[in-house]
Design a protein around this ligand. Structure first.
Ligand SMILES: Cc1ncc(COP(=O)(O)O)c(C=O)c1O
Length: 354
């Protein structure tokens, strides 16, 4: 599957190298993200008009933050454990407008959803959450936060970089206003491509923070005095991008959607269950939430009395790719892993735990 994306990217790059823009002409450039729009629409259960391509999750979030530009009397709600993509762009706008940033505090790496909800009030302009927290794997009930945000006239914006491709996300059904996903994690795509889902009620309303010649409804009417946005999410596409990466990401998402995100989620959870049981048997403390509705595929663990960096490094040397974040080791099993991989991880972790 990754080879598929890989081949698509290489083929596009090769064509540019050999033919310049003879084949990749103006029409091709205009339509270059059509497949990605369709694939991401299927992923989030939207329509292609709800999707914009970008270079990274952070770029898309930044453009969105400047488009919404919460004002002085308002606040933006998130968590203190969230990946910076969901906070820094809003904090940058806040330095300009004076809006307040409110972060729910974690307790031992866990965010109490009730405490998070209690931060939302009538002055909240945006609730910006990571569907799945990168550091703990904790998953939020997005429908609940959409309802709560909307009841106070706020928007719910979701960074799905740690869930898209691994956890089902029906953006319209959950009532989410915007979703962003970087391509290079669970979507198995390349660096250099990301997607934005924008709910239809926002298509015509937003003035993106980043604009350029591609922002025009008719992108080839290049003119310094002329900027007419399309009435779709595509207004967030503003310039030349790593086009080959966008083509590759479309292939990855198509594969994942065809495989079935529900099936992938169930499969990954089976691997995660085996990991949790095995780690506990080794005396590790599993720190990721065990509540069914808060689980993702991510499993995090502490190894009391052991240096997490050394454990992560040893696992990596043995071919078990994990991440070390603070005092925890993070395991992220996905559809390309098998129970043999879990066994191997537990065998190596067991040697170290002894
Ligand atoms: C939740 C989350 N959002 C965003 C990113 C980074 O996204 P990008 O590099 O596309 O800006 C990461 C990377 O680890 C992440 O975990």
């Amino acid at each position: 599957m990754v080879r598929n994306a890989d081949h698509a990217i290489a083929a596009w790059q090769q064509d540019i190298a050999e033919n310049g823009s003879n084949r990749f002409d103006e029409t091709a450039e205009e339509k270059v993200f059509d497949d990605l729009h369709r694939a991401a629409a299927a992923l989030f259960n939207g329509t292609p008009d709800d999707i914009a391509a970008g270079s990274s999750a952070t770029e898309l979030m930044s453009s969105l933050a400047w488009a919404l530009m919460p004002g002085a009397e308002t606040n933006v709600v998130s968590t203190d454990i969230v990946f910076p993509t969901a906070v820094y762009p809003w904090a940058r706008v806040a330095r300009h407008t004076g809006c307040q940033i409110r972060l729910a505090k974690t307790h031992g790496g866990y965010v109490d959803p009730d405490e998070l909800a209690a931060l939302i009030d009538d002055r909240t302009a945006v609730v910006c959450l990571s569907h799945v927290e990168f550091r703990s794997g904790q998953r939020y009930d997005l429908a609940r936060f959409a309802q709560k945000a909307h009841a106070h006239g706020a928007l719910l914006i979701v960074d799905s970089t740690q869930s898209a491709g691994a956890v089902p996300l029906d953006a319209p059904a959950e009532g989410i206003d915007a979703v962003i996903a970087g391509g290079y994690k669970w979507l198995c795509g390349p660096f250099g491509a990301a997607v934005l889902y924008l709910a239809p009620h926002l298509h015509k309303r937003l003035d993106p923070g980043l604009v350029g010649f591609r922002s025009n409804a008719d992108m080839w009417t290049i003119g310094a005095e002329h900027l007419v946005f399309p009435d779709t999410a595509r207004r967030f596409e503003f310039s030349t991008l790593a086009y080959g990466c966008g083509i590759g990401l479309a292939r990855s998402i198509e594969y994942l959607v065809e495989t079935g995100i529900d099936r992938i989620f169930a499969y990954n959870r089976g691997l995660a269950d085996a990991l949790i049981n095995g780690l506990e048997a080794l005396g590790a403390q599993v720190t990721s939430s065990r509540r069914t509705e808060e689980r993702s595929a991510i499993v995090t663990a502490r190894f009391p009395g052991r240096d997490p960096a050394a454990i992560a490094a040893r696992l990596k040397t043995a071919g078990v790719m994990v991440a070390h974040r603070g005092d925890i080791v993070r395991f992220s099993p996905h559809l390309y892993n098998t129970m043999n991989d879990v066994d191997q991880a537990l065998t190596v972790a067991g040697e170290l735990a002894r």
